[in-house]
Design a protein around this ligand. Structure first.
Ligand code: GTP
Length: 251
């Protein structure tokens, strides 16, 4: 396994898109937002932003509401997904609050207009905010049901010409089997888009991977529960698994 501190940089990109799952914000709890965890994430993002790296954040909502799970219990899928999008707005506001308490100017932009609460997502304006050193937290997914926040993250990364998507999760990369069920599962340091898709590995949904592949957008999947890993990933330290058009390394 790679020594994160000594490893070469994955990218020298000065603009990155950080994807945070909603679950990332709940810490050890089963539901909701853990202020301590949000503060810790914000400190790392603010720290890296202080280096002049432009950071957009797409945040999920699964800590509050999961559209897919609700639809499995009989709710209309689109309605469930809209409720999930509203959950991402709450998470985005919590992140903005924590980032600004860490002296990091932040703008929240929503794919669904709610002007009393935050700005509408306008691509060119988002880019201006980034150029001015503001962290931009993008909420409400793509604004459409049936699309995951991973797909929203990929879409936004492509739109704003980010150099890489950094997908912060609770596992330290992409494995050839579910590491929680298969003790012998092996982690890839690098995997191609097509292999990820053809092996139906569950790291990201197929729509997100296809969009990334069509637009040659690299994705790094890394473990955000390790202290300092978010700042490390933003700075381009090679951790986790890199998903790209390159050949797959042995797991
Ligand atoms: P500049 O144009 O670079 O000065 O950007 P700015 O974001 O500092 O200025 P602006 O006047 O656009 O926004 C000032 C504050 O109002 C910021 O905190 C924005 O996030 C917020 N803001 C701007 N537009 C909206 C909106 O449509 N709705 C809400 N709720 N807030 C907004």
């Amino acid at each position: 396994m790679t020594d994160a501190a000594a490893a070469p940089a994955i990218t020298t990109s000065r603009r990155v898109l950080l994807k945070l799952s909603g679950e990332a914000l709940m810490g050890e709890h089963e539901y909701g937002i853990d202020p301590g965890v949000v503060r810790e994430i914000a400190m790392q993002v603010a720290d890296a932003a202080g280096d002049g790296i432009q950071i957009a954040v797409v945040v999920g909502g699964g800590n509050i509401f999961r559209g897919l799970a609700a639809s499995a219990r009989g709710m209309d899928r689109a309605t469930g997904d809209y409720m999930g999008m509203l959950a991402t707005v709450m998470n985005g506001l919590a992140l903005q609050d924590a980032l600004e308490q860490a002296d990091c100017p932040t703008r929240v932009m929503s794919a669904i207009a709610m002007n009393e609460i935050c700005e509408p997502y306008i691509r060119r304006r988002a880019e201006r905010h980034l150029e001015k050193g503001r962290v931009v937290v993008m909420v409400a997914g793509t604004g459409n049901p049936y699309f995951t926040t991973d797909t929203a993250a990929t879409l936004r990364a492509v739109e704003i010409h980010a150099g890489v998507i950094l997908k912060a999760t609770r596992v330290d990369g992409v494995y050839d089997a579910d590491p929680e069920k298969e003790p012998n599962a092996r982690r890839y340091s690098k995997i191609g888009y097509t292999e990820l898709l053809s092996n139906r590995l569950q790291a990201l949904d197929a729509t997100a991977v296809s969009l990334a592949m069509d637009n040659e957008m690299p994705i790094v999947v890394f473990d955000m529960t390790q202290p300092g890993n978010i700042a490390r990933a933003i700075r381009g330290v090679r951790i986790g698994t890199l998903i790209s058009g390159d050949r797959t390394d042995d797991a």
